[in-house]
Design a protein around this ligand. Structure first.
Ligand code: ATP
Ligand SMILES: Nc1ccn([C@H]2C[C@H](O)[C@@H](COP(=O)(O)O)O2)c(=O)n1
Length: 420
C-alpha cells in the first residue's frame, strides 16, 4: 500500500491547482520537490491565499463521479457551518494539464484564528468522505510548502512528502473543459453507466434504466424526413413545431419523451453527470420513436441531442465562449449510435427579443432561464455550441422576425435539405 501511496502522491505532485478566490480568474500553482526560485511578485496573489492563516486543502478523490459531486456540494454547505468562526472556503480544483477526466474538486480552508480544532474537524470530514487533506506551511525562507496529512486510500494519517508551491502557467485548455466528457455522452453505454452509478441513491434511475433497456437501439430514420428544432428558451420552438406539424401533416415529438417528463424536476436537481445522463437516455428512447414514426410521416422533434450537448457544455465551462472546447473537438461530434436527423434548425433571437417573449408569455422563469437572463455569457456559450455541432446538419435561423416569416424560412430549408 505504501508503494501505492508513493505513486499516488507522486501523481499528486504532477498536478496543477486552480484556486478561485472569488470566482474571478483562477490563481494557478503547482508543487515542486526542488527548492523553488521565483520572483516574489509573480506569486503575490497566491501568497494572499496562504498568508495570515492556517491553510488546508481538502480534495475529493473518490472515483464515483456521482458521489464526488454530491460530496463536493455537501462539503460546500457543511464545512462553513461546522468550522470555527473566521474560516474562509475557496473553490479549488487540481488537474493534470490538458488531461481529460483528471479534475479533482476540493476546497482551500483558511483558518484566520488558527484554531487546533479546525484540523481535527477537517480530518474527520476527510475520513468520512474519502478525501485527501493537506496543510500549508511557510519555511524559514518564507517559501510555501504543502504537506499531506490525511490520505483517503490509506485511511490513516500520513506524512506524505512535502512539496514546495510554485506559480503555474494558465493551462492551454481551460480546466472546466477537462471534465466535459463526463457530462457529454457519445454512446448509449456511457449514459447508461452514469445512471447506474447513482441507482442505489436514486431509485427512479432504475426505472429509467429499465425503460432504456426496453427501447430498441441503433434505429435509423425511415421513409420520411426528420427535422429537429433547437434553441434557447422562448426562441419560438413550440410555436414553430406546431406550425410545421400542421403544414407537413407530420408527427410532433419531444425529448425527453413523455414517459420521462415527470422525472425532469428531480433529475434537474442532481449533479451534472446524472442530470445530463438522464437527458441523454431520453434522446435514445426518443430515437426509437422517431424511427418508427418516420415510416408513416415527416417527424418534427422539439429538442434532441443538440440541446443536451449545448446546455451540458455551457453549464460545465465557465467564462467567455473562448473557453469552450476547440472548434473541431470530438465533443461536438454526433454519437454514431444515435439516430441522426436530416436537418437541425437552431432558432436564435436577440437577448432583448428573448426577454420580451418570456415576459409576454408571463411564464414563471425556470432557474436556468433566470440564469440565462442574468448571465449573457451562459447564453452566448449555449448558442456557440449549437453553431459548433459537427458537420452542416445544424442550420441557424434568425428568429427575430414574425412567426410566419420564421415558418417560411424553415420550410425553405426543409425543401433544400429534406426529401419530402
Ligand atoms: N417569431 C415570433 N415572433 C414573436 N413572438 C413569438 C415568435 N415565436 C414565438 N413567439 C412568442 O414567444 C413566446 C415563446 O414562444 P415559444 O413558447 O414557442 O418558445 P419556446 O422556444 O418553445 O420556449 P420554451 O423552450 O421555453 O418552451 C410565446 O409567447 C410565443 O407566442
Ligand atoms: N433533449 C434535451 C431536452 C432538454 N434538455 C435540457 C436543456 C435545458 O436544461 C432544459 C430546457 O428544456 P425545456 O424546459 O426548454 O424543454 O432541458 C436537454 O438537456 N436535452
Amino acid at each position: 500500500m505504501a508503494r501505492n501511496l508513493t505513486r499516488q502522491l507522486a501523481l499528486w505532485s504532477a498536478r496543477v491547482f486552480a484556486a478561485h478566490p472569488d470566482r474571478t480568474e483562477p490563481i494557478y500553482f503547482a508543487l515542486s520537490g526542488e527548492h523553488p526560485v521565483y520572483q516574489e511578485n509573480a506569486f503575490l496573489s497566491s501568497r494572499r491565499i496562504f498568508s495570515n492563516a492556517n491553510v488546508y486543502s481538502i480534495h475529493i478523490t473518490t472515483e464515483n463521479r456521482f458521489l464526488r459531486e454530491r460530496i463536493h456540494s455537501m462539503l460546500q454547505t457543511h464545512l462553513l457551518s461546522v468550522l470555527p468562526g473566521n474560516c474562509a472556503l475557496i473553490q479549488l480544483v487540481s488537474f493534470l494539464p490538458n488531461q481529460n477526466r483528471s479534475v479533482i474538486p476540493g476546497f482551500i480552508v483558511q483558518d484566520f484564528q488558527r484554531k487546533e480544532e479546525t484540523e481535527i474537524i477537517l480530518k474527520d470530514m476527510a475520513k468520512i468522505n474519502e478525501c485527501l487533506l493537506c496543510s500549508y506551511k511557510k519555511s524559514e525562507g518564507a517559501d510555501l510548502w504543502q504537506q499531506s496529512i490525511w490520505c483517503a486510500t490509506e485511511g490513516a494519517e500520513v506524512k506524505g512528502s512535502a512539496h514546495y508551491i510554485i506559480p503555474a502557467a494558465k493551462p492551454a485548455a481551460h480546466v472546466s473543459v477537462l471534465n466535459i466528457d463526463s457530462v457529454v455522452f457519445h454512446c448509449f453505454e456511457d449514459a447508461y453507466a452514469a445512471l447506474q452509478e447513482c441507482k442505489e441513491s436514486i431509485p427512479e434511475a432504475k426505472e429509467i434504466l429499465h425503460l432504456a433497456d426496453q427501447s430498441p437501439r441503433h434505429m435509423q430514420r425511415s421513409n420520411f424526413p426528420v427535422i429537429v428544432i433547437e434553441g434557447l428558451d422562448a426562441t419560438g420552438k413550440t410555436t414553430l413545431t406546431k406550425s410545421l406539424q400542421e403544414t407537413l401533416k407530420g408527427t410532433l415529438l419531444r425529448s425527453p419523451p413523455p414517459q420521462l417528463s415527470h422525472w425532469r424536476d428531480q433529475f434537474d436537481s442532481q449533479p451534472a453527470v446524472i442530470r445530463r445522463a438522464f437527458y441523454a437516455l431520453g434522446n435514445y428512447i426518443t430515437a426509437a420513436v422517431i424511427a418508427r414514426e418516420s415510416e408513416k410521416a415527416p417527424v418534427i422533434v422539439d429538442r434532441y441531442w443538440p440541446s443536451t450537448t449545448a446546455y451540458a457544455i455551457a453549464t460545465e465551462v465557465v467564462g467567455e465562449k473562448e473557453n469552450l472546447p476547440s472548434l473541431y473537438s470530438k465533443v461536438y461530434q454526433w454519437p454514431t449510435d444515435l439516430l441522426k436527423p436530416d436537418l437541425v434548425v437552431v432558432l436564435m433571437v436577440s437577448p432583448e427579443e428573448r426577454i420580451r417573449r418570456l415576459q409576454e408569455r408571463g411564464q414563471v422563469k425556470t432557474q436556468e432561464e433566470k440564469e440565462l437572463e442574468e448571465n449573457n455569457l451562459f447564453r452566448e456559450r449555449v448558442d456557440e455550441v449549437y453553431k459548433r455541432i459537427e458537420g452542416s446538419i445544424c442550420k441557424i435561423i434568425d428568429a427575430n422576425c414574425p412567426k410566419e416569416e420564421v415558418l417560411q424560412q424553415v420550410l425553405h430549408l426543409i425543401s433544400q435539405y429534406c426529401r419530402l
